[in-house]
Design a protein around this ligand. Structure first.
Ligand code: NDP
Ligand code: PYC
Length: 342
């Protein structure tokens, strides 16, 4: 990176972010959980959910739109569906509470689901599915967002950027993981283009009159588009149904109506499904993980890359060389650290 100003290791970056969030009013539980997710985004080169998100968290706190200290509550009736009530706090601590029980139940039953209700959500989903893959499980995570995406053929925001993340455990090395918004790009990407003064690629968004636009500001006040036209639109709708309506929580339209702005992080639910491949394959010929390896080798054998390989390479580089922040990013961290000290 040409203008690299600061190199930090993961723990040092997480500590600095955590201190900023603590000073912004978050309890230690939430500040630490959030800081590690944000630092992980930066470490992995997942910039749309890295340190640029800190200011949005602070704005959401200042506006009183997130509980700074609600203690998440686990509701487990011993069945395949486990619930965590987040109490209006950020989602990562709720996931951390529910994930061990979800993994245990998926191993017992072969399959289990974790519904997180009433959380404020801004983070990437790959840390969650990766944590479950590390337990030998396949995992699928989904959540609505707030209404910023027009359905295919429509002209106005209705769906969220509704991410879907999947992980499959591998016998060695990183799991197979994909994690993407069901819009052409995450809203964070549009915001990063706006800040950098870069036009958007064609096909990402429409303006408030419904005309195609490459202007990030016009896209933010207009609507983003689903990926894959009607296919992404249908998948985003499925996310609204499963991770909104079905778990008794808000859809993206409901989350936007409740918040009244896209400048703050939205409050809604999340659904995480965990599968135990060995239990599903019991009594059947073959080993599911070996079959997965065969498939991955065939994909790579054609010259294609697996999703998350760029991110894992960034992670490995960060482990070797540290996390490189640009001059602007380092200045932003310094500025946020000084907030409340003057
Ligand atoms: P990207 O389009 O950047 O990446 C999507 C996935 O595709 C990644 O796993 C990526 O791997 C992979 N990929 C990219 N290019 C290739 C390629 N050529 N071959 C194979 N795989 C490839 O993601 P989005 O912008 O859609 O989303 C970014 C993040 O935003 C996600 O982590 C998501 O969870 C988050 N998000 C969160 C929301 C929320 O409400 N909490 C809402 C919307 C998004 P790699 O990273 O290695 O390039
Ligand atoms: O990047 O689309 C996004 C997003 C919305 C809420 C959190 N991230």
């Amino acid at each position: 990176m040409a203008d690299t100003a600061t190199i930090l290791d993961f723990d040092a970056l997480a500590l600095r972010i955590g201190a900023i969030l603590r000073r912004g009013g978050l309890s230690a539980l939430h500040a630490e959980a959030l800081a590690r997710v944000i630092a992980a985004g930066e470490r992995d080169g997942a910039k749309s959910h890295g340190i640029y998100r800190i200011e949005g968290c602070l704005r959401t706190l200042k506006a009183g739109k997130v509980s700074p200290d609600a203690v998440p509550e686990l509701v487990d009736e011993g069945a395949g569906v486990i619930r965590v009530l987040a109490g209006g706090a950020f989602s990562p601590a709720a996931f951390a509470l529910g994930a061990p029980r979800l993994a245990e139940r998926a191993r017992d039953l072969g399959f289990a689901a974790l519904a997180i209700n009433d959380c404020v959500h801004f983070s990437a989903l790959w840390p969650e599915v990766e944590a479950l893959a590390a337990e030998g499980l396949a995992a699928l995570a989904l959540c609505p967002s707030y209404a910023t995406v027009a359905p295919a053929g429509g002209t106005r925001p209705l769906l969220g950027t509704n991410p879907v993340a999947f992980a499959w455990p591998r016998p060695a090395g990183h799991p197979y993981v994909f994690d993407f918004a069901t819009s052409v790009a995450a809203r964070g990407e549009i915001e990063l283009h706006r800040r950098a003064g870069r036009p958007l690629p064609e096909g990402w968004a429409i303006d408030s009159a419904g005309a195609p636009t490459t202007d990030p500001a016009a896209a933010l006040s207009g609507a983003m588009l689903p990926f894959g036209a009607h296919k992404g639109s249908a998948i985003a709708t499925m996310v609204e149904l499963l991770a909104g309506a079905m778990i008794g929580d808000l859809t993206s339209q409901g989350a936007l109506d409740a918040l009244g702005t896209t400048a703050l992080a939205p409050r809604h639910g999340e659904l995480i499904l965990a599968f135990c491949p060995k239990r599903f394959a019991a009594g059947r010929p073959g080993d599911p993980l070996a079959a997965g390896e065969h498939l991955f080798a065939a994909i790579v054998g054609q010259g294609a890359r697996l999703p998350s390989q760029r991110r894992f390479q960034a992670r490995d580089r960060s482990a070797r060389e540290g996390i490189a922040l640009s001059a602007d990013e380092a200045a932003m961290l310094d500025r946020l650290e000084a907030l409340g000290l003057e």
